[in-house]
Design a protein around this ligand. Structure first.
Ligand SMILES: Nc1nc2c(ncn2[C@@H]2O[C@H](COP(=O)(O)O)[C@@H](O)[C@H]2O)c(=O)[nH]1
Ligand SMILES: [Zn+2]
Ligand SMILES: [Zn+2]
Length: 573
């Protein structure tokens, strides 16, 4: 596409090893302008209790930012903290309150972000959108830092106002770099009535941006920071590449630094000689670090590092001992999180899970795959007034509704939210068996699918090449990231994990022999539009049913949500 150039490995690669030359941790290179980035935290503020790789909580992260600024960045360089949204749906700390996010937002906002914005999970329900706008976007602390260039909030009076600021221009504290910040949400079309998303490219043709260009022409901007809930690599729609092309028309030589989110991966892309993009995973597993050297020169150099969200990494990168990492504020936050976990009864044990069931590091048909578990053992437990045991039944779920591996050990109230946070209603439609049995395959064929239901992993770019295979008993499982700078972006080298593709949907199938030729097709209300679209497309191909289907033909099925069915299965073990 002419926009990306062969990647250039960074020249500065410090490592900390042992006498035997073992690589224990890759250091980072502090430049003139430095960034710490988080995204898609989804309420994971209390550390990962079953994964030592991610044993730091939000208090430790607040401490780290402060120690890092003091000990590594100092007064000669600058540091900007950025977050790109999706801050609940996926952990009990955010989801066990009504509305969800009520308590976790206060904790999240303790971090002194310089730039922050919203994700699509702040746009599904009115209550979440109102909470995000009132508690964060228009708060005193973040009123300048909160930017969204293409999302607007609908006030109680029905007026459209910017969700925060459309843009932010500021000078950095030490080197006085002139920063122009823009923020774009991907073209999300499922927002509730209290917000409006304008496609990013369309928003760049609106009057507000014309004023920005006039007020801040290229000669008055050192760095354009474009951060938002949009994947850094998006092979299907290439939305960020189109934004980049448009910005390059106006800022042809300016350094443009992107920070992305939504697809839940560690990623780094080179857009051109003066522009790169960083994405920093999900669920507080990663703090992304990016530095730029020679910002105003002809040859700016970029350095990226993905920090495992753990106390050892935080201590090492801020050059303190683990025992000296915690600041007073950080300790207070950690203590508050422990109390919040108790108050929400998140440690309440529901049952015991005998094995670990994985989303994408075991093949789909493996008995250790969570989707295999759900479709073979859990979903068939669904019962309601509509259940007709004489009919075949297909129960379809979108794989993006399942958010995390199900770990062996105690299944707690927190586990419910971690694995399947969404309060899904079951709907159904009675259709000819031959149509019902084709819907899941149809939805997994890709382009027909509304992006709104594809699992985050679908956006992963299948980069050519592989990283060297590591299998060392002294190393832990974890991320090995292949990005445009190669395979050494992660601060901790881990044993290689093989990731398997995850389809858009999976289904449980209960065929009843010798019965009528219609079946019950049961599905999450969240994917109803996709299911109806698939039925009509299949019907056009086969004309099995002499009719067109619409959402009006769908009925409530009732019955327990997946997380309830999973709890029942665990209790009955
Ligand atoms: N069944 C449901 N799935 C949902 C719902 N809301 C979101 N999702 C799934 O999550 C991904 C997007 O997650 P993100 O963290 O990457 O933004 C989306 O594509 C769906 O698969 C829901 O209410 N029900
Ligand atoms: Zn997300
Ligand atoms: Zn998202």
């Amino acid at each position: 596409d002419g926009l990306t150039i062969p990647s250039r490995r960074p020249q500065f690669q410090q490592v900390q090893g042992t006498d035997s030359g073992e690589l224990l941790i890759r250091d980072l290179h502090v430049g003139e302008l430095n960034f710490l980035h988080t995204t898609d935290t989804h309420g994971w503020l209390g550390s990962h209790l079953t994964q030592p790789n991610y044993d730091a909580d939000w208090g430790d992260f607040v401490s780290f930012a402060s120690r890092f600024r003091e000990n590594r960045v100092g007064a000669e360089s600058d540091l900007i903290l950025v977050d790109t949204g999706d801050k609940h749906d996926g952990n009990g700390l955010s989801d066990a309150t009504v509305p969800n996010g009520l308590e976790s937002t206060k904790v999240f906002n303790e971090q002194d972000y310089d730039l922050l914005t919203l994700g699509n999970h702040e746009l599904y329900t009115e209550e979440n959108t109102i909470l995000e706008y009132c508690s964060t976007a228009s708060s005193k602390k973040f009123k300048d830092a909160y930017v969204s260039s293409n999302v607007e909030f609908v006030t109680n009076e029905g007026k459209l106002v910017p969700f925060g600021s459309k843009y932010r221009f500021f000078r950095t504290r030490n080197r006085e770099f002139r920063i122009l910040a823009l923020s774009f949400m991907f073209n999300f079309q499922r927002t509730n009535t209290r917000a409006k998303v304008t496609p990013a490219l369309e928003s760049l043709n609106q009057d507000w941006f014309k004023e920005v260009i006039f007020k801040y022409p290229a000669e008055n901007v050192d760095v354009l920071v474009v951060f938002g809930h949009m994947p850094i690599t998006d092979p299907e729609n290439r939305e960020i590449n189109q934004v980049h092309r448009r910005l390059r028309e106006i800022y042809p030589e300016t350094v443009i630094q992107y920070f992305g989110g939504h697809s839940h991966i560690r990623d780094f892309a080179v857009f051109d000689r003066q522009s790169t993009g960083l994405q920093s995973g999900r669920f507080s597993e990663t703090v992304g670090f990016l530095s730029i050297t020679d910002v105003k020169g002809n040859d700016p150099r970029f350095f990226r590092r993905y920090l495992d969200f753990n106390k050892n990494s935080f201590a090492y990168h801020s050059r303190v001992s683990q025992s000296n990492l915690a600041t007073e504020k950080g300790s207070r936050i950690s203590n508050h999180l422990s109390k919040l976990r108790e108050n929400l009864s998140l440690n309440e044990v529901v049952g015991y899970v005998p094995n670990t069931y994985y989303m994408d590091t075991k093949p789909l048909r493996s008995k250790h795959n969570i989707y295999h578990l759900l479709t073979s053992k859990v979903l068939p437990r669904l019962k309601s007034q509509q259940t007709d045991n004489t009919k075949s039944r297909f129960i379809i779920i979108n794989t993006g509704a399942i958010r995390y591996d199900l770990y062996k050990g105690n299944f707690t109230k927190d586990s419910e939210y971690i694995v399947s946070p969404f309060p899904n209603d079951w709907n159904y439609i009675e259709v000819p068996l031959s149509l019902a049995e084709g819907v899941a395959d149809y939805l997994n064929e890709g382009p027909v699918l509304l992006r709104s239901m594809a699992p985050p992993s679908v956006f992963k770019r299948s980069r050519p090449g592989l990283c060297p295979f590591i299998h060392d008993p002294k190393r832990s499982k974890g991320y090995t990231t292949l990005d445009d700078y190669g395979c050494e972006g992660d601060d901790i080298p881990h044993n290689t994990e093989i990731y398997y593709d995850v389809p858009n949907v999976v289904q449980s199938v209960e065929l009843k022999s010798g019965t009528e030729d219609t079946a019950h097709l049961v599905f999450y209300s969240f994917i109803q539009r996709d299911v109806v679209r698939a039925l009509n497309a299949l019907n056009r191909r086969t004309t099995v049913a002499k009719r067109h289907y619409s959402e009006k033909d769908c009925r409530q099925y009732g019955g327990h949500a997946t997380k309830e069915l999973l709890k029942e299965w665990i209790r009955d073990l």
